[in-house]
Design a protein around this ligand. Sequence first.
Ligand code: TEU
Ligand code: CA
Length: 554
Amino acid sequence: MKQTWWKEAVVYQIYPRSFMDSNGDGIGDLKGITSRLDYLKYLGVDVIWLSPIYKSPNDDNGYDISDYRDIMDEFGTMADFDEMLAQAHERGIRIVMDLVVNHTSDEHAMFVESRKSKDNPYRDYYIWREGKDANTPPNNWGSCFSGSAWEYDEATQMYYLHLFSKKQPDLNWDNPKVRERVFDMMTWWCEKGIDGFRMDVISMISKTEEMPDGELNGFYGSPNPYCVNGPNVHKYLQEMNEKVLSKYDIMTVGETPDVTTELAKQYAGEDTHELNMVFQFEHVDVAGKYGKWTDEKMPLTTLKEIMSHWQTDLYGKAWNSLFWDNHDQPRAVSRFGNDSPEYRIASAKMLATCLHMLQGTPYIYQGEELGMTNYPFQSPDDFRDIESINAYKEWCESGTVSHDLFWPCLLEKSRDNARTPVQWEDAPQAGFTTNTPWIAVNPNYKEINAKAETADPNSVFHYYKKLIELRKAHPIIVYGKYELLLKDSEELFVYTRTMGEEKLLVVCSFTDKPCSFTIPEEFAGASCMIANMEHTYQGEVVVQPYEAFVLHKA
Ligand code: TEU
Ligand code: CA
């Protein structure tokens, strides 16, 4: 297995809108990020994944880009960006940009042109089709944000495809001019000195020529498999690699919904010349009662089976990302741990242990290192996210599902859970802003905040800091071979890592009940590398609720 810096790195994701507001308008910004780089340096992360900061009308908080070479007004200027990049580099922190090129904003100059007429030079930059008739789109596909994936456009009386909101028209990657535009833009950023790309829904850029109705899923048909892992996706990524990526020492991570381990070996194979790693969702995609909406938890045995086959199938062949949450997912501790006052700290540390001892590049989503929790939303008016707002309309206001049945699902899964401001200190608005923030601060900021946690050596923050240090000190954490133990346990997630004679035993409790466990013979006399509780580790032990420990046999 090749050794590379991006396999050894720990990534920290910043959602700029909610990270830090420097000018008191209630919206996080680039200067805010620069002002907190010392905090990230202290935590010890190597790379920042920056969610989109480009010019955008913000229909989907920057994932709808109207100019890829300019900065969103609310976030600052290009000079602020350059300053942030320079300051990050001074601290040895790299910056990976979010590359959103499956679609643009409908306000992008190319789409403004494209929709003007059928013979406009930009017509073929997007995906236009005739409807079945004036009121019926070309097929039954639904958009990820509710409604049809097709929008009728009056000017030319045709429909354009948008797998996300109607303000996010899909680009036509089969047009070589589109690819050239994207590659030029990427080169422009690389020349600026950025350190890589996280590629938004990159598994969806290639569509089939035929576009038949999809299998019904809720109100609409699914565009999968016609728009996911499509016929030319690998060809286009290899072209991107040849023309751009291979020329720079950068990190590339493909957000790849619906990827399998077989496909990941192609997207992120050791020698396939596409991307460095995939970012996949099998462990967070629970088929819901209402589309993605559900309040059901995944059984631990299922979670372990999923994590384990990614560990073993990719070993020595391809590289994966490790994450419990991001800006599209509920908070890790609320979802996989236990966010009650009694268990929040222990379970946040347990989850961190479980994830950071696996093979892959770990991602920390802003606030996760503090054990931030889901938000106690009270009413549909509390949401800011287009997905949550539209879903509520589509399922509840339409009368399909009662508010009482749908609400718990929204509470559990809304993307806004992750988007409340980072809690910096016990001060008004958690120190995020001096104004009214664009989305409410979680009321638990008085207990959960960065200032308190950096001062407390037993905090979740310091535990993450230690995990990051351990990864740097022990190559076995990065390169060791994985094996699952106790596959049938619904309480304990136990695995080993092996490199030559050296071994790690990782024991994590996912339950609020004590349970017994026998330390395997081969770990007799092993030392404890990290643990979230005091314990002795010999023979039969009682593992406490949400306990986690790692034994090291050198
Ligand atoms: O997300 C794409 C994606 O995988 C969706 O399934 C996503 O999980 C969405 O939240 C549906 O629940 C990416 C970005 O991460 C997301 O923030 C954007 O809204 C989306 O692409 C469109 O650009
Ligand atoms: Ca601001």
